[in-house]
Design a protein around this ligand. Structure first.
Ligand code: DON
Length: 304
C-alpha cells in the first residue's frame, strides 16, 4: 500500500473542494486561527510514515485529549471507571447538559464534556499531579520534550467556559464530582490547551493501533482488551451527534476536537492525525472528515 500516494491524491482533492467551515469562535484564541490550513500525518506500525501540508504546525489538542485522560484513568482504575461514566453514545452536542439530571449525574460517555469532567475528577484522585503525568506521557510517546499547555488558550477557555462551569456544578450537585470544581476545571482546560502537531498526535495514538503498546517506545499503556474497548467508544462516541455519520463514512475509531484536529486509528496498522480548523455544523473538522472519507475509500482501509 502506498500511503504517501493516497494522501497526496486525497489531500489535493479536498484542498480544491469548496467547503471549508469556520474556526470555532466560542473560545477567542481559537477564533484567531486561519481556517484555511490543513495538515496530515500517518504513522504506520512498521514505523514508516506519510504526510502532507501543515503537518508540523501546532494547534491545541482540545477534545482529542479526552481519549488520553480516559486511558490514564482506565489504566490505573480498571473497569471501576465505568461506575462513574457510561459507554453509550449521547446523540447530543459535546457540551450538552441534557441527560445529566435524569441520569443522576452519570454522563453517557467519557468523550462528552460531562464525561471528560468526571474522568478528570477521577485523575485528581489517582495522580498527585495529573497535569504533569499527562505531559510526561505525551512527551515520552512523541519524543517531543517541548509539548506543553498553552496558557493563553487555557486562559481564553477559562474566561468563556460557562457551560463547562455549569456542567461541573450540576454533576457535583448530583454527587459524581468529588473535588473542588475550580481545581477540576483548571485541569480540564489545561488538558484541552496542550499544543502539538499532526506528527505528535499520530505518534501519541499509536498505542491504540497496536493493542495498547506504544509502537515507537514499546511501552504498554493499556491491555489489548482495554484497547479494544477504548477504540469501540471512539467509534460510537468520538464525534458526538455526528458519530453515526463518521462510522458510516469512514469506519474507523476516531476522535475530534474543536481546534479542527481529528485522530483516527486503523487497529494493527496505523494511526493518522489530520488538522484543519474549519468546522462543520456539528463542530467537527469539515476538511478532516472529507479527507478521511476520501482516504479510507482510496485505500480500502477501514475496520468494516
Ligand atoms: O470544552 C471545551 O469547550 C473545549 N475545550 C473542548 C471542546 C472540544 O474540543 C469539543 N470537540 N469537538
Amino acid at each position: 500500500m502506498n500511503y504517501q500516494q493516497a494522501i497526496n491524491k486525497v489531500y489535493q482533492t479536498v484542498l480544491q473542494g469548496s467547503r471549508l467551515g469556520e474556526a470555532a469562535d466560542y473560545i477567542p484564541e481559537l477564533a484567531r486561527v486561519d481556517a484555511d490550513q490543513m495538515g496530515v500525518y500517518l504513522h504506520h506500525n512498521d514505523l514508516s510514515s506519510a504526510s502532507a501540508g501543515a503537518w508540523d504546525q501546532n494547534f491545541s489538542i482540545q477534545s482529542v485529549v479526552k481519549v488520553l485522560t480516559l486511558s490514564m484513568a482506565y489504566q490505573k482504575l480498571g473497569s471501576d471507571i465505568w461506575h462513574r461514566v457510561g459507554v453509550e453514545p449521547s446523540g447530543t452536542p459535546f457540551n450538552s447538559l441534557g441527560h445529566l439530571e435524569h441520569e443522576q449525574g452519570v454522563p453517557r460517555n467519557p468523550f462528552s464534556n460531562a464525561g471528560a469532567l468526571v474522568v478528570c475528577d477521577v485523575l485528581l484522585d489517582l495522580f498527585d499531579d495529573p497535569r504533569a503525568a499527562m505531559l510526561q506521557m505525551i512527551r515520552e510517546s512523541t519524543g517531543n520534550p517541548v509539548i506543553d499547555v498553552n496558557k493563553s488558550i487555557a486562559d481564553s477557555e477559562k474566561s468563556e467556559g460557562f457551560r463547562n462551569v455549569a456542567l461541573a456544578n450540576l454533576i457535583k450537585s448530583l454527587g459524581n464530582i468529588k473535588h473542588d470544581v475550580n481545581e477540576l476545571l483548571d485541569l480540564y482546560f489545561d488538558c484541552c490547551s496542550i499544543t502539538l502537531n499532526c506528527k505528535d498526535l499520530a505518534l501519541l495514538f499509536s498505542f491504540l493501533a497496536n493493542q495498547g503498546t506504544c509502537v515507537q517506545t514499546g511501552k504498554a499503556l493499556l491491555t489489548p482488551s482495554q484497547t479494544k474497548r477504548i477504540n469501540a467508544i471512539m467509534l460510537t462516541c468520538g464525534f458526538y451527534d455526528e458519530a453515526g455519520q463518521f462510522a458510516y463514512k469512514i469506519g474507523l475509531p476516531g476522535k475530534s476536537g474543536v481546534s479542527g484536529a481529528i485522530v483516527a486509528v486503523m487497529p494493527n496498522v496505523f494511526s493518522l492525525a489530520i488538522w484543519s480548523p474549519g468546522l462543520n455544523i456539528k463542530g467537527n473538522s469539515q476538511r478532516g472528515i472529507e479527507f478521511l472519507e476520501g482516504f479510507t475509500n482510496e485505500t480500502g482501509q477501514s475496520i468494516f
